[in-house]
Design a protein around this ligand. Structure first.
Ligand code: NAD
Length: 466
């Protein structure tokens, strides 16, 4: 066998699902996922996994303690592995009085240092985390500076393209797997070994290989393009509201052009998640460092447009509610950054909720998968009012949507959970204050039906008659 033991450093949204699917499809390979968080590892070893992903429970149940292991014993896992994925978080750091933002590679560096310290045999080290271009150089530098005699390291770039909410399906049937490596015969051999692992379930023609720097840049570029499409359609949603055009009709007409395509053309309250903003900021930072200010500015605009959209939507809510939400109770439907995940990183709901709280509103929040503590944590760090205690007093978290609407003036839909489509809105209308408003930030509800019930409906990119 080419590779018999794999270790993955980082048991998060990427490391966990990726290794679970790898273990499922490669029964002869032993896959160990390690993390420095004992709590996270305990959750991976329990019935309640630390992340929600459709289909993941089944995969983990099939493989766990067969050829898939979750452990805090980083040392043993690294020592025994032929191939090590680095799948740690790469958060954004600020510098220059908060003006500059770039990827913080401290966790990638610490993972590289761990490998250098522990390894006693040849290792293929794979960047799974999304990193700036030429990050592999830094990893190689750390590894080679601490190299023990007779040990060889090969570094590969293998960025992950899964999307939260569809991670298992994305991993089982990826559009492509990308592997970048050094353009030497040893680099090529390492690349072939990782390719062999993926070939257990992915057709060879879907595994593309490039040099390391193209691979690193392609991941940033892919996220930048996806976010750009959302910002482009969101920019047009403002034009639609001002002119009487309907953004859904515009998106359909534009997307049917096969050169453009229909995906990622859904106008909304804005994009969220841990990756889009972070990866564009990363690209911007790289361009600034390369003295390419025009290119940096070009991509920065994608983020500006997203911020504008979130603020525009929040302001619209306040304007419609007679320009004051002070002491009004408002229901928030959905807090996760998108459906089918409990992840709230960079969720637009944070901006919406914080704006409403700043204006004195009281919030009744319901999300089917986000833990209440997470919502309170997101709304109190950094705090918008005098103290976190004020926020806690102004926010109630509900475990059912019907209790979240009792006596409220408006519903603000921030996440496109399917269950919001099928609710009994007649019942909801009856339990709310009048006039009752719905602000559909994801354009998933039946607006005609809601208007017939008596709701005042506002959405994105379309002026509604009432
Ligand atoms: P995450 O925060 O969910 O998980 C990272 C894990 O790494 C954490 O559990 C942390 O405790 C652990 N960790 C950090 N340093 C460690 C160390 N030295 N030793 C052991 N464990 C350590 O992050 P994520 O969402 O899984 O993202 C990981 C990387 O993948 C990021 O670079 C991200 O940009 C990229 N990515 C994320 C997604 C996504 O949808 N979340 C998709 C594609 C790529």
């Amino acid at each position: 066998m080419v590779i018999s033991k794999i270790c993955c450093i980082g048991a998060g949204y990427v490391g966990g699902p990726t290794c679970s699917v790898m273990a499922l499809k490669c029964p002869n390979i032993c896959v160990t996922v390690v993390d420095r968080s004992a709590e996270r590892i305990a959750q991976w070893n329990s019935d309640k996994l630390p992340i929600y992903e459709p289909g993941l429970d089944d995969v983990v149940k099939k493989c766990r303690n067969v050829n898939l292991f979750f452990s805090t014993d980083v040392e043993t896992a690294i020592r025994e592995a032929d191939l090590i994925f680095i799948s740690v978080n790469t958060p954004t750091k600020t510098f220059g009085n908060g003006k500059g933002r770039a990827a913080d590679l401290k966790y990638v560096e610490s993972a590289a240092r761990l490998i250098a310290e522990i390894a006693q045999s040849n290792k293929i080290v794979v960047e799974k985390s999304t990193v700036p271009v030429r990050a592999a150089e830094s990893i190689m530098h750390i590894l080679r500076a601490n190299q023990k005699p007779g040990i060889r390291y090969d570094i590969l770039s293998n960025p992950e393209f899964l999307a939260e909410g569809t991670a298992v399906d994305d991993l089982l049937h990826p559009d492509r797997v990308l592997i970048g490596g050094e353009e030497t015969s040893e680099g090529h051999q390492a690349l072939e070994k990782l390719s062999w692992v993926y070939q257990h379930w992915i057709p060879k023609e879907n595994i593309i290989t490039t040099n390391t720097w193209s691979s690193e840049l392609s991941k940033l570029a892919a996220n930048a393009f996806l976010a750009q499409r959302i910002s482009s359609i969101n920019s047009l949603s403002a034009v639609c509201e001002a002119t009487g055009a309907d953004v859904s009709e515009v998106a359909r007409a534009v997307g049917l052009d096969s050169r453009i395509g229909s995906k990622f053309l859904q106008a909304s309250v804005g994009f969220g998640g841990s990756c889009f903003q972070k990866d564009i900021l990363n690209l911007v930072y790289i361009c600034e460092g390369l003295n390419l200010p025009q290119v940096a500015e070009y991509w920065q605009q994608v983020i500006h447009m997203n911020e504008y959209q979130k603020t525009r939507f929040s302001q619209k809510i306040i304007e419609c509610l007679f320009n004051t939400v002070s002491d009004k109770r408002i229901s928030i439907f959905g807090f996760a950054f998108k459906k089918n995940t409990g992840d709230t990183r960079e969720t637009p709901a944070i901006t919406v909720c914080k704006t409403l709280l700043e204006e004195g509103a009281k919030l009744d929040i319901y999300d089917p998968k986000v833990e209440p503590e997470q919502i309170i944590d997101d709304l109190t760090h950094p705090c918008v009012t005098d103290s976190p205690e004020d926020v806690k007093k102004a926010v109630q978290i509900h475990s059912d949507p019907y209790s979240a609407v009792r006596g409220t003036h408006a519903i603000v839909l921030c996440t496109e959970w399917d269950e919001f489509i099928g609710l009994d809105y007649k019942r909801i209308f009856q339990s709310m204050m009048k006039p009752a408003y719905i602000f559909d930030g994801r354009k998933i509800l039946d607006h005609d039906h809601l208007q017939q019930i008596g709701f005042h409906v506002q959405t994105i990119g379309k002026k509604l008659n009432r």
